[in-house]
Design a protein around this ligand. Structure first.
Ligand SMILES: *[C@@H]1O[C@H](CO)[C@@H](O)[C@H](O)[C@H]1NC(C)=O
Ligand SMILES: *[C@@H]1O[C@H](CO)[C@@H](O)[C@H](O)[C@H]1NC(C)=O
Ligand SMILES: *[C@@H]1O[C@H](CO)[C@@H](O)[C@H](O)[C@H]1NC(C)=O
Ligand SMILES: *[C@@H]1O[C@H](CO)[C@@H](O)[C@H](O)[C@H]1NC(C)=O
Ligand SMILES: *[C@@H]1O[C@H](CO)[C@@H](O)[C@H](O)[C@H]1NC(C)=O
Length: 296
């Protein structure tokens, strides 16, 4: 069976940030505002515990505290509320009153706020933020077309949010479990990092699922061919909207068990969990960042 690493839809459960809005201009596509200069526009982005990182599997340490998660509301197909083009990403708002996550050594109960996606340029240019042993993953692509059904439904909304600022209500029935088919959510990497967009706040507990979401190439291609940075009539298509890897600076990545070196490298699905310091959590998949915040 062929496995293609399609341009990534970074799926990460990211915490909604309650900090002040970023006033500085930032972008992915122009040299003067791309992620290579973010460290000069915000003190946080020049911190020492930034994300994403490259995970070196040989350096991963075992951590028996990394138990399984309890997901509440992930099987409810009425919890995806709205899809929006933010000008930097495609963001899907969730019914946070009904969606929670706990366990997995998280410091409490977290509510799932939104997820957003990172991608490259079509199914041949990957766009995951985290890398594993130097490899960048897209959402994994299969030879099927229009699969899975949940992603076909979700991507059918992309044409409605072509312009930055566009938003559309999600009226079709899709659950979070539907969007994560076949992903074993008991196997993941954990480390402390930051948000991957300005202001790059640190204190985020990242959870990166080892297994990718499998989505057919034709659906992955829809992200880099339907969504624009600004107005569809006068701007570029949104492509390569991911931050490049940051120095690890001595941080330790842990997992349930250390990876045994072998011919098959585990595939990542980035999951960023929890930023206790700002009451937020993010969990993500390499094509899909799920944002969570602490539940009160
Ligand atoms: C997928 O397509 C490629 C290229 O056409 C082919 O080599 C491969 O065998 C196909 N894989 C499956 C599982 O059909
Ligand atoms: C970033 O931080 C380093 C020290 O960690 C400092 O030397 C450097 O000047 C800082 N860069 C900017 C643009 O502030
Ligand atoms: C596991 O949890 C215990 C109790 O909170 C803590 O002391 C220990 O350092 C943790 N182990 C790791 C590997 O994080
Ligand atoms: C997860 O749910 C199970 C079953 O409801 C419960 O026994 C367990 O204590 C929960 N774990 C956490 C960490 O909340
Ligand atoms: C994306 O891919 C398309 C088709 O291959 C190409 O025309 C375009 O220049 C690429 N865009 C970027 C930013 O690389």
């Amino acid at each position: 069976m062929s496995v293609l690493f399609v341009s990534c839809l970074a799926v990460c459960l990211l915490p909604f940030v309650h900090t002040a809005p970023v006033s500085v201009a930032w972008c992915y596509h122009m040299p003067w505002c791309s992620d290579t200069v973010w460290s000069t526009i915000s003190k946080e982005c020049n911190g020492t515990e930034q994300s994403p990182i490259n995970i070196v599997t040989a350096d991963v340490q075992a951590n028996t505290n990394l138990t399984s998660f309890n997901f509440t509301g992930y099987d409810d197909d009425t919890n995806l509320i709205e899809i929006k083009n933010t000008g930097h990403s495609i963001k899907v708002a969730l019914d946070h009153e009904k969606m929670h996550v706990e366990g997995g050594d998280l410091p409490g109960l977290f509510t799932s706020m939104q997820f957003h996606l990172h991608w490259g340029n079509g199914s041949t240019m990957p766009g995951s933020e985290h890398t594993v042993d130097g490899k960048q993953y897209p959402m994994e692509g299969t030879n099927d077309t229009g699969k899975p059904e949940s992603w076909k439904t979700l991507t059918s909304y992309l044409a409605d949010v072509a312009n930055a600022g566009d938003e559309a209500c999600i009226t079709e029935y899709i659950s979070m479990n539907d969007l994560l088919p076949g992903v074993d959510r008991t196997k993941y990497y954990r480390y402390h990092g930051s948000l991957t967009t300005p202001n790059c706040n640190e204190g985020v507990m990242w959870t990166i699922f080892k297994e990718p979401v499998k989505v057919s190439k034709d659906l992955i291609d829809l992200f880099s061919t339907n969504v624009f940075i600004n107005k569809a009539s006068s701007s570029s298509l949104m492509t390569n909207n991911f931050r490049h890897i940051q120095p690890i600076n001595g941080r330790i990545v842990t997992s349930q068990v250390t990876d045994v070196a072998g011919p098959i490298v585990p595939l990542p699905t980035n999951s960023c969990l929890s930023d206790p310091s700002v009451s937020q959590t993010e969990v993500s998949q390499s094509t899909f960042d799920l944002v969570m915040e602490e539940y009160w």
